[in-house]
Ligand binder design. Structure first.
Ligand SMILES: Cc1cc2nc3c(=O)[nH]c(=O)nc-3n(C[C@H](O)[C@H](O)[C@H](O)COP(=O)(O)OP(=O)(O)OC[C@H]3O[C@@H](n4cnc5c(N)ncnc54)[C@H](O)[C@@H]3O)c2cc1C
Length: 527
């Protein structure tokens, strides 16, 4: 253990793994560090609730040790973030073995709870989206929305505001209605919104936490970039399993498509004949991809829309999927990942036909019926890919995309690059980057090269110059962040409330200090 002094008792689950370098899943950064605390897998020797409560104590012990040793600390999830939000030069916590999940006794819910108590679940932070999907499936339940893949942890995904294209639902944090935060060696809290009571104080008591109902504190802690201590448990609302009729097809980049984008209304786009019978009364997902190497702008876009229908367990067969390939919900980043190693580097115009045929093959049209678990999965690439998500009001989406096209054309280079739009309902999280009522997320996904990084920078600068209000995904490439920009984007009130909430919730200045990292310093989000 660090300094040979950590109070790791023989019954405990944690051990310390000295590690001197962390690079993230996609080798998108280099972070030197002292090492990480790792939880052993729970062998099920004790009742799950006891195991959960013991893990709380161990997490508090880790905080204590880091204060004592003057080391910064940060919990990480699957380390899928392409920014340095999840790392620090001190110690990390690998929480991926913290995978308990609980049904919530109806008797412990607040009598005023507006939702369905039977669909509440309390899940430990290290559950991956994939594990959560499997767990819920067994009860005929589903998460309400997720990103394009399923490898992130629930806590990690929520902490950066991970979103998909569920434009009537929002980003993943929208399903969260309670947070168990370890906020110091002697303090931990169970937090929910006052305006949306879910649990009785007895529930907080059963996990030994202070019970707090407060909208501002909750909205601050929801997207907290690892800075609000350690999220141990997350109370989520789920829904009954449902089918998504997913249709991917090519459509001219024309007035019809532009009208659908401007109105954020996928129903304006006619479906291909193969999907004519799809019910269109419940649109769910809306996403549009552009390959700028087919023309800037290209004559055609690749459209992915999904419409809901009822799930019938007796007649459901998951679509076939080769686990070595990107899943059906694959984003531009997965497609770029699939191309790493297949396309020549450096690229030149001679390689364009090959590049375009690869993109075309990866984005081939399909019509599939599947539940969330089987659509959004499967990221296998470990190559140097880089993605950036730019959130903006939907009313500026077309203008922004045209700016990106123009910059690409003017650069006169060939980049392995996919540009896309996903549309997401706005969030109440104070620093959720999908903060616009309907947020259009301009995604720029690429193989990571100096040229692609330069392209991202030029687009950010040009969006700024055009006066387009925007934010950047915290967990993707976002080196444009500065304290001034963060304040400009989110407003002083939101930033000040976020900082003040941190001060209220964390036990002491010493605890706040250890949960700062270079990323939050550079974004002006430390106190
Ligand atoms: C292939 C790929 C596809 C992606 N697709 C999407 C997508 O479709 N949509 C989208 O929005 N994003 C997407 N992303 C970005 C990704 O979803 C986010 O970066 C997400 O935060 C990563 O989750 P993680 O579990 O890996 O967390 P990490 O990257 O390890 O950590 C993220 C943040 O969570 C914090 N954290 C983790 N666990 C805890 C805890 N227990 N307590 C406190 N803080 C904690 C960390 O400190 C850090 O600040 C994608 C990334 C990749 C690599």
């Amino acid at each position: 253990m660090p300094n040979g002094r950590h109070e790791n008792n023989s019954n405990g689950r944690i051990f310390f793994r000295p590690t001197i370098l962390e690079t993230g899943r996609h080798d998108s950064f280099r972070q030197t560090l002292e090492g990480e605390y790792v939880f052993r897998i729970d062998r099920g020797d004790k009742p799950p609730f006891d195991t959960y409560n013991e893990a709380t104590k161990e997490l508090q012990g880790i905080i204590q040790a880091c204060i004592r040793d003057g080391k910064s600390l940060r919990a990480h999830g699957s380390l899928w973030s392409l920014s340095t939000v999840a790392v620090t030069n001190g110690r990390l916590i690998d929480n991926t073995a913290l995978r308990l999940a609980f049904e919530v006794p109806h008797a412990l819910t607040d009598s005023g709870y507006a939702g369905d108590a039977a669909k509440l679940r309390f899940v430990e932070c290290g559950n991956s989206v994939a594990a959560l999907n499997e767990y819920l499936f067994a009860s005929g339940l589903s998460i309400k929305g997720c990103g394009s893949n399923n490898g992130q942890t629930v806590a990690g995904a929520v902490s950066t505001g991970t979103h998909g294209g569920a434009y009537n639902f929002g980003a993943m944090q929208e399903m969260v209605v309670g947070l168990h935060l370890i906020t110091g060696p002697n303090k931990h809290v169970y937090l929910e919104r006052k305006s949306y009571p879910v649990m009785q104080p007895d529930f907080a008591q059963s996990i030994g936490a202070d019970f707090i109902q407060d909208d501002t504190l909750f909205n601050a802690a929801l997207v907290s970039l690892g800075s609000f201590g350690i999220i141990h448990g997350i109370m989520i609302e789920t829904r009954a399993l449902f089918i998504l009729n997913a249709v991917r097809f090519r459509h001219p980049y024309d007035a019809t498509l532009k009208a659908a984008i401007a109105a954020c209304d996928p129903t304006l786009i006619p479906l291909p004949a193969v999907a004519n019978a799809v019910p269109r009364d419940k649109p769910y997902h809306f996403e549009i991809f552009f390959n700028p190497n087919e023309g800037t702008p290209p004559a055609e876009a690749i459209v992915l829309v999904m419409y809901e229908s009822a799930y019938d367990p007796d007649n459901y067969t998951p679509p076939e999927w080769n686990a070595g390939e990107p899943g059906l919900g694959a984003s531009g980043l997965d497609i770029m990942g699939a191309l790493v190693g297949k396309i020549p580097s450096p690229l030149n115009k001679l390689a364009l036909p090959l590049l375009n045929s690869q993109v075309e093959a990866e984005f081939s049209p399909y019509f599939k019926k599947a539940i969330i678990r089987d659509l959004f999965r499967g990221e296998k690439t470990l190559g140097k890919t880089l993605g950036c998500g730019v959130g903006m009001p939907v009313s500026r989406a077309i203008e922004a995309m045209e700016i990106a096209f123009r910059i690409y054309k003017d650069a006169n280079v060939v980049l392995p690059l996919i540009l896309s739009h996903r549309f997401v309902k706005g969030t109440r999280a104070l620093l959720g980057f999908t903060r616009f009522d309907t947020t259009a997320v301009l995604e720029m996904d690429a193989v990571s090269t100096p040229e692609t990084r330069a392209f991202y920078n030029k687009v950010w600068e040009a969006l700024d110059a055009a006066g387009i209000p925007f934010t950047l995904h915290w967990g993707k490439y976002n080196t444009f962040l500065t304290p001034d920009r963060v304040r400009n984007w989110y407003g002083d009130t939101a930033v000040d409330h976020w900082l003040a909430s941190r001060e209220t919730l964390l036990e002491s200045a010493a605890v706040r200090k250890i949960f700062n990292n270079d990323f939050t310093v550079n974004a002006g989000l430390t106190n």
